[in-house]
Design a protein around this ligand. Structure first.
Ligand code: NAP
Length: 275
């Protein structure tokens, strides 16, 4: 894993008389550089640490796109991913209190409960987190298969965020399966601002939004996305798959700034924060 931004701080050039560096070799890295060890899960977890909790809820979105902007290939994001993308995907999950996801993605990708991973167990315990993040599914229809392990066998009960007019028999089915149904809107669906507030009220302030594009567009339009981790896959797909946000627009585009850009195997792993 190679860091492209912030540009790694190099040690000063060797003094005269020292043996010259081999052509094409990287300059030695500054040991004081705080972003090191990116090939280890610990190093990645440090690089993607959430801001201080005292600052309030923080919603990070993690998405992958092809070079030509497609959010999926053949109906799934898997075809755009790579080994390093999966490492970062897993690390971001391991840092989160809650994974927010749309029902479309849950149905299409067959979401399962998040796993407790040994590599992150001590870090999560020290941060006062459950062994695995909660999955929070947004659905208006609640047309979900509540017999799946996502609802019946998670380590921590799955949350279903919906609106006040959700079908009562589906709410009952979700609750019976063990899900925690939270009303976060007055109509059929959840209001993104209220969804964030409801999760924060449950103590789930380190939020990770995993899409899909229809849901993420609503969260962005509502102004609650603080950070976007976008993987750019070196793949052209053509076709008519949407961008990573597919929904309402914003009157004035919102400015985000790069915080981190990594590269492995031609894939770029970008992290942008608001402002
Ligand atoms: N490129 C990536 O990184 C990435 C990430 C995730 C997913 N994907 C891909 O994206 C596709 C699915 O994305 P999508 O955009 O079609 O669907 P989606 O955003 O995952 O889910 C849409 C569904 O979410 C529910 N929903 C949306 N807004 C809601 C609201 N305000 N309140 C409550 N529920 C709400 C509705 O569910 P109900 O119909 O149940 O009411 C809606 O049908 C899949 O092919 C997946 O592979 C790509």
């Amino acid at each position: 894993m190679r860091r492209l931004y912030p540009v790694p701080s190099a040690l000063p050039a060797p003094s005269a008389g020292a043996s010259p560096a081999a052509p094409g070799s990287q300059p030695p890295q500054d040991p004081q550089d705080s972003l090191t060890g990116l090939d280890s899960l610990d190093g990645l977890a440090d690089a993607y640490a959430y801001p201080d909790r005292a600052a309030g809820p923080w919603l990070r979105a993690n998405m992958v796109a092809s070079l030509d902007g497609a959010a999926w290939h053949d109906g799934k994001s898997q075809g755009l991913s790579s080994a390093a993308d999966l490492r970062i995907f897993g690390t971001l999950r391991a840092l989160a209190d809650v994974v927010v996801v749309g029902a479309g993605t849950v149905r299409q990708e067959g979401y399962r409960p998040a796993k407790a991973r040994e590599a992150f167990a001590a870090r999560r315990a020290a941060a006062g987190q459950s062994p695995a993040p909660v999955i929070a599914v947004l659905s208006a229809s609640l047309d979900l298969d509540f017999s799946l392990p996502l609802f019946t066998a998670p380590l921590v009960p799955t949350i279903v965020l919906t609106g006040a007019t959700a079908p009562p028999e589906r709410v009952a089915a979700a609750t019976k399966a063990g899900a925690h149904v939270v009303t976060a809107g007055e109509g059929a669906g959840a209001d993104p601002v209220r969804a964030v507030r409801e999760l924060a009220d449950l103590g789930l302030t380190r939020m990770l939004h995993e899409g899909g594009p229809r849901l993420l567009a609503q969260f962005t339009a509502a102004g609650v996305v603080d950070e976007l981790c976008l993987t750019i896959a070196p793949l052209l797909t053509a076709g008519d798959a949407p961008r990573i946000m597919n929904g309402p627009g914003i009157t004035v585009p919102e400015r985000f700034s790069p915080a981190l850009i990594l590269e492995e195997d031609g894939f770029l792993f970008t992290r942008y924060t608001r402002g």
